[in-house]
Design a binder for this molecule. Structure first.
Ligand code: G3I
Length: 314
């Protein structure tokens, strides 16, 4: 694994990519996961709406396909994600009884983690708990249980699979502001309460030319004493894409990957997809394009050389 081996030579755990049963149907995605990456994150198949679409009905067909591919190809797996307000079925959102929610969380986390016991080296136990202003999202979990829903999720997860590093994950932690301040405060309280949390994932969904403060914020997260990981890196370019922007993207990828390399507690990097054509960016951000390391034809972009430079630099 070219990128995976190079980051391992820097003492890091993984250089990964997001994929799933759908994108794995493309031989180029399979090939590049085998040739370049050392871990894989299921882009959607381990989310609550896929795993337990209705109460008591579990659907592991897609996540099994991803896990089987990873195991067969010696790829580590980041589990994503057990407790999240988004892609959450209505039957969970509609719960108004605290004990019913607790029972459901326990059953979902237990059933999902048990199936992949020992195969998931990092789990995103809880995803995206904060609003941009640093307040807690008004999820059914926060509404009924308060901040301690996070303690509960991690305590259940730790009891199910002690072999996995347990992470909290969020986006827009890339610059100074109330959101990362809130995250840092939460991480301190969780550790004070003895919650079994191992790491914090910074998704790093970035915009071309706007990566300058990523390193400083990663360092702040590292100061909490937890592991840090870049978990969903992509760097979107405002159309029309041209060579100059692709060279800027090369520099930006070198900067961000270099930021992780330079921080001892940063254990690895995952990019949110293999090829540009499969990226969520195109469907989500009108007028933005080309966020990943491989182009629509799965050919290396200058961004790949930027990552190599960060991994090769002494
Ligand atoms: O699987 C259904 C398919 O059956 C249906 O025909 C199709 C059309 O409606 O939808 C398909 O589901 C889509 C799913 O991706 C699988 O492709 C959903 O509509 C679509 O909303 C979903 O988008 C995902 C998005 O999370 C949803 O929030 C993206 O692929 C995925 O990259 C993105 O990933 C998130 C991380 O989990 C958390 N961090 C942010 C990141 C970007 O939003």
């Amino acid at each position: 694994a070219q990128l995976g081996d190079k980051i391992a030579a820097k003492g890091k755990a993984n250089f990964g990519a997001a994929a799933d049963a759908n994108t794995l149907q493309n031989a180029n995605v399979q090939r590049l996961l085998q040739e370049e990456f050392s871990s894989v994150t299921p882009e959607n198949s381990m989310k609550w709406e896929v795993i337990q679409p209705s109460l008591g009905t579990f659907n592991f067909q897609q996540s099994d396909a991803l896990v089987d591919f990873a195991v067969e190809n010696g790829l580590d797996i980041r589990g994503h994600t057990l407790v999240w307000h988004s892609q959450l079925p209505a039957y969970v959102d509609a719960i108004i009884d605290k004990d019913q929610l607790l029972a459901l969380m326990e059953n979902h986390i237990n059933t999902t983690m048990s199936r992949y016991q020992g195969k998931i080296f990092q789990w995103d136990v809880v995803n995206e708990v904060f609003e941009e202003d640093g307040s807690f999202r008004n999820s059914v979990f926060f509404r009924l249980l308060g901040e301690e829903f996070i303690d509960t999720a991690f305590n259940i997860a730790a009891s199910v699979d002690p072999s996995s590093k347990l992470y909290i994950n969020d986006f827009n932690l890339d610059g100074p502001g109330p959101k990362i301040d809130a995250m840092i405060g939460l991480l301190g309280r969780l550790q004070t309460r003895g919650v079994p949390i191992d790491g914090v994932g910074s998704q790093a969904h970035l915009i071309l030319g706007q990566v300058g403060s990523v390193g400083a914020q990663l360092a702040r997260l590292a100061e909490t004493g937890l592991e840090v990981a870049i978990t969903e890196l992509d760097i979107r370019i405002e159309a029309p894409v041209d060579q100059a922007k692709l060279i800027q993207q090369q520099q930006d990828y070198q900067t961000v990957v270099g930021d992780c390399i330079g921080i001892a507690a940063c254990v690895g990097v995952t990019v949110w997809g293999v090829g540009d054509k499969d990226s969520w960016v195109d469907a989500t951000f009108a007028g933005f394009d080309s966020p990943l390391l491989f182009d629509d034809g799965f050919v290396k972009k200058p961004a790949y050389a930027g990552v190599e430079a960060a991994l090769g630099a002494s």
